[in-house]
Write a protein that binds this ligand. Structure first.
Ligand SMILES: NC(=O)c1ccc[n+]([C@@H]2O[C@H](COP(=O)([O-])OP(=O)(O)OC[C@H]3O[C@@H](n4cnc5c(N)ncnc54)[C@H](OP(=O)(O)O)[C@@H]3O)[C@@H](O)[C@H]2O)c1
Length: 243
């Protein structure tokens, strides 16, 4: 995809698939995509279709688990972009299966944008605080023991995305909060960058960054760690840059 694709040179409306569209992040992404005039195909679990009721008349919904390869294949067909919410539910590789289905079935030139958290390291240059590492270790162990969430699954999913030959971006979210949009989050290549210190982003703006990434070629093969643009650390960094 590229900016203005639906203008002069290419009259076709860009088609975007949102995998995991019924969640909080997913529904914000649907709205941002519709605001841009994109055609939207949404995948969500059958039991969650009702959560998209308000938007149902404006989008195509394909019910199914996000790791259902047949559903994903149909959903991404002919899409210019695919926005995927990676969630490591259960201990059976849900996230990995979701990512692999998208990598295998999306058109070769499609922009693929995946969501995850700061805990996913792109390389050895990400620097995590002791507090962050301790929380991640305890949460990861407890969640896996309870067989609710397997953080290693999301790590494996992202490893596969990083290794793929697709036009991917993996957006790494900070802690999230609800509230009105503050604008496009700022980002850094590495966790530990002072610009990220505030560690908070509005969920609506996380979604905005995901959708914006579809037309930002500078983000191809990047794993931006994001933070709200009005947070103290972001504002402080922009002041430092200006002086
Ligand atoms: N929450 C945070 O603080 C945080 C921080 C940083 C990054 N992130 C990232 O942000 C993204 C969105 O996360 P979110 O926490 O904001 O949640 P969310 O947007 O509400 O998304 C949760 C997703 O998980 C699905 N889901 C829930 N229970 C499930 C189950 N048992 N089996 C299969 N799927 C299930 C939901 O589908 P249904 O609608 O069908 O239930 C929904 O698509 C994720 O990639 C996450 O890693 C989150």
């Amino acid at each position: 995809m590229h900016e203005g694709q639906n203008e002069a040179s290419d009259q076709r409306t860009p088609k975007v698939c949102i995998i995991g569209a019924s969640g909080k992040l997913g529904r914000y992404m649907v709205r941002h995509a519709l605001d841009r005039g994109y055609e939207v195909v949404a995948v969500c679990r059958e039991k969650s279709v009702g959560k998209l009721e308000e938007l149902a008349s404006r989008i195509t919904i394909l019910p199914g688990r996000t790791d259902d390869r047949a559903v994903v294949r149909r959903a991404v067909a002919g899409c210019d972009g695919v926005l995927t919410v990676l969630v490591p539910w259960g201990v059976r590789g849900y996230s990995t299966g979701t990512a692999q289905a998208v990598l295998d079935h999306a058109p070769a030139d499609a922009r693929l944008v995946f969501s995850c958290g700061w805990h996913i390291a792109r390389d050895s240059q990400d620097v995590y605080s002791l507090r962050f590492r301790a929380f991640a270790r305890v949460f990861g162990a407890v969640a896996r023991l309870a067989r609710v969430v397997d953080v290693h699954d999301q790590e494996e999913a992202c490893r596969r995305v990083f290794a793929s030959h697709t036009r991917w971006t993996v957006v790494r979210g900070s802690d999230l909060e609800e509230g009105e949009s503050q604008g496009l989050p700022v980002w850094s290549r590495h966790v530990g960058d002072p610009i990220l210190a505030s560690n908070i982003t509005r969920r609506i703006d996380f979604a905005l960054f995901m959708v914006e990434a579809l037309v930002d070629d500078a983000l191809v093969h990047e794993a931006p760690a994001i933070v709200g643009c009005r947070t103290p650390s972001a504002l402080n960094a922009s002041t430092v840059r200006e002086t």
